[in-house]
Write a protein that binds this ligand. Structure first.
Ligand code: FEO
Ligand code: CA
Ligand code: CA
Ligand code: CA
Length: 702
């Protein structure tokens, strides 16, 4: 632990080098969003304070009910039931009965699961997956070898059944799509010199980025652990040099043209693929996130408008940390000022058709995409929720013009090329706003009168009906300069680093992870608002929102295509002994500590599984998977299920349809100054593991 930076401060306890490679040192730089669309509503008494009052009030109510009716016994928790409907404890669909593991010290170099569970390695960095790819040889890496091997720093994981329906065969053989977010050259190459890489090292890093598709299957009679299917025709690598077509309204725009691609329609590769999503038509969406860090010399760009555009996305003025520009002109902005406009998109890939080229869908906008998760609107249009992972940046939603047609893949593959793009505005329940809404016939009746939600919200249009809604921005400009377009509305709510934003297929609500924002309320940056309510502790060094929070959003009419919503805080993370934490009203004495919520997934019962990215630097604990029910008496009962090895981050998560396997991507083991030899006892290798139940009910968590 001694090599970790102090637990407070802007760097989340990571080493400076980790920050450089993971996100381009985003937290060390000034906040790139200098727009003045500060929260327009009242910055009122923090929601936490109000919730604390509410919590006390509910306790009284329970006592009153018990006193007046029957005694609340020990088997019936006294927590208030919040949510749509009561779910009885022991319900086979939502019941989570595993014994939580304690928080794991950050330097423990093991993947830990609850009693009765086990895990196996599915694929690790360097495992050959394409025909002819050599076995991994750390001392003799080449770009050519890496291009046929599993990439580095596995992140998002998506499972696609190859068997029909949701029966057993749907969960015993399938394709796994995996993102490879970024590389850590010091951990990859024994002879790496920071600031002075060799060409082969740089090209190997390019080949270690991108996406893998692998076929996996369970053993005989569909039992036993999953293993990689050698030689599968589906196995595939997309790297940072694979040609990818740009489609949609911005394709071919002048800003997307370079000397290598005067058409502005074909990009070499994809970078910093963080999380993503699965579409109803079976494709894989991969979100390009911190692409800024790969480029150098923004200060040398001649056109001030281009320079300013890049600055809003955090591109460095001088050399990059990676120095790829030494060997590839396209990463040097002095030579190719437009190349960064070709990153920051969502890539769509069909895992079932290896011959079909991946595409970047410009209609979804360009920013530091954490995710691109899908839902269907009530009328069948495709909806994509997206978070822009930057301090004080925004949550977005895309709604396709055309409707999804089951079974018509050719049609469905056009859906993400044409549609409306919105940015989220959250408004709190100030008494005045409540009064106005109460008297507004347009919204009357859509709102609860019990104070259940913390506020309302609007999807503010950036593009609708094929037209720009942002004065001064063309459609292509809205899509390429999406951050600036959202700034220009003056209406978008600046959030605490929006990460995964995903709709729960069981209750229809959208869960939005805000991983942290150490700049909230510090140094002239925006202060708290109701959707980002964590107060700066003025009595100590300002820490802003160090632990993050999760917002729960319900679209009006339960329609993913709606233009308004209601929202409430679901979790305000941290050590439960910290009075500013909030666990949906559940007793903090009975939950696991949780910090830096990053990615979410849902089991088939609708329980929310949260992967963390930053517990070592905030809680001093290993990153983890936590499971939390969203309904019933256990709503808010965060319980830790798994922890990942020293220096790593927990990514995924993903279930098979029958909930019998949980996939976890162990990203950057051995990083953050925490040595690791995971998984094989020699040197650290980013690894996807399959977690399963050894005995008892095979359903994970039950
Ligand atoms: Fe790749 Fe927003 O974390
Ligand atoms: Ca993250
Ligand atoms: Ca997710
Ligand atoms: Ca992550």
């Amino acid at each position: 632990m001694t090599e970790l930076l102090p637990l407070s401060g802007a760097h989340q306890g990571r080493s400076r080098r980790t920050c450089e490679l993971k996100c381009g040192s985003a937290c060390f730089h000034p906040v790139p969003n200098r727009s003045d669309n500060d929260y327009i509503g009242d910055v009122i008494e923090s929601t936490i304070s109000r919730r604390s009052v509410l919590r006390g009030g509910l306790s009284l109510l329970v006592i009153g009910a018990a006193g007046g009716m029957s005694l609340v016994g020990s088997a019936a928790p006294a927590e208030a039931q919040v949510g749509r409907g009561p779910v009885v404890l022991g319900d086979s669909r939502t019941g989570l009965r595993f014994t939580p593991i304690p928080s794991t010290p950050a330097n423990v170099d093991d993947l830990i699961v609850p009693e009765g569970y086990a895990w196996t390695v599915l694929a690790r960095w360097g495992d050959p997956i394409l025909p002819g790819a050599p076995a991994f040889d750390k001392a003799n890496q080449t770009a050519a070898a890496q291009a046929g091997q599993f990439g580095y720093n596995c992140d998002y994981v998506a499972f696609y059944p190859l068997g029909p329906g949701r029966g057993p065969s749907a969960s015993s053989r399938g394709l796994l799509g995996v993102n490879h977010e970024y590389t850590i050259a010091e951990l990859m190459f024994d002879d790496y010199q920071p600031g002075n890489p060799t060409r082969e090292q740089v090209d190997t890093e390019l080949a270690a980025h991108g996406i893998s598709v692998i076929e996996i299957a369970r053993g005989r009679r569909a039992t036993g652990p999953f293993i990689l299917v050698d030689g599968s025709r589906f196995n595939r690598r997309i790297t940072a040099t694979t040609p990818i077509t740009l489609t949609g309204p911005a394709a071919g725009d002048d800003l997307l043209k370079t000397s290598e691609d005067p058409t502005g329609t074909v990009v070499l590769g994809t970078l910093n693929n963080c999380a993503g999503g699965k579409t109803p038509w079976g494709t894989y969406l991969s979100a390009e996130e911190n692409f800024n860090q790969y480029f150098a010399n923004n200060a040398l760009v001649a056109d001030p408008a281009i320079r300013e555009a890049h600055a809003r996305y955090g591109l460095p003025g001088g050399p990059s940390e990676r120095r790829w520009e030494a060997y590839h002109d396209r990463f040097d902005l002095a030579k190719e000022p437009n190349e960064p406009f070709r990153f920051g998109w969502v890539v769509e890939l069909d895992p079932s058709e290896p011959e079909r080229a991946p595409v970047k869908r410009t209609a979804l906008g360009r920013f530091k995409h954490e995710c691109a998760t899908s839902a269907l609107a009530a009328d069948g249009r495709a909806v994509i929720y997206q978070g822009d992972d930057e301090r004080f940046d925004y949550v977005y939603k895309f709604v396709s013009r055309e409707r999804y047609i089951e079974g018509d893949k050719a049609h469905n593959l056009t859906l993400l090329d044409d549609g409306d793009l919105y940015v989220a505005r959250f408004e709190g329940d100030s008494p005045q706003a409540q009064l106005e809404r109460y008297n507004d016939p347009a919204t009357l009746g859509q709102l609860p009168d019990d104070g259940e939600f913390d506020g309302v919200g609007t999807w503010v249009p950036l593009i609708s009906g094929g037209q720009s809604d942002v004065p001064g921005f063309s459609v292509a400009e809205v899509l390429i300069l999406t951050r600036q377009a959202a700034d220009a509305t003056g209406l978008a709510t600046k959030m605490d680093r929006p990460e995964d934003c995903e709709r729960n297929p069981v209750n229809g609500r959208v869960y939005l992870c805000m991983t942290n924002n150490t700049a909230r309320g510090t140094g002239g940056n925006p202060g708290i608002d109701e959707a980002n309510p964590r107060r700066v502790d003025e009595s100590a060094a300002p820490t802003g929102n160090k632990y993050g929070h999760v917002v729960e959003l319900e679209e009006s009419g339960d329609d993913a295509g709606a233009l308004t919503f209601q929202w409430r805080l679901f979790l305000v993370c941290g050590d439960p002994s910290d009075p500013t934490t909030y666990f949906a009203g559940f007793d903090p004495a009975r939950v696991s500590p949780v910090a830096a919520p990053d990615n979410v997934a849902f089991d088939s019962g609708g329980n929310c599984w949260i992967a963390t990215d930053g517990q070592p630097g905030t809680l001093g604990k290993a990153d983890a998977f936590h499971a939390v029910p969203v309904e019933g008496p256990q709503r808010g009962a965060v319980r830790q299920f798994l922890s990942t090895p020293a220096g790593s981050e927990a990514c995924g998560p993903e279930f098979t349809p029958n909930d019998r396997n949980l996939f976890c991507a162990v990203q950057h083991p051995g990083d953050q100054g925490l040595p690791s030899t995971f998984p094989d006892g020699d040197f650290p290798r980013p690894t996807v593991v399959s977690v399963f139940r050894e005995r008892g009910n095979p359903r994970i968590g039950s």
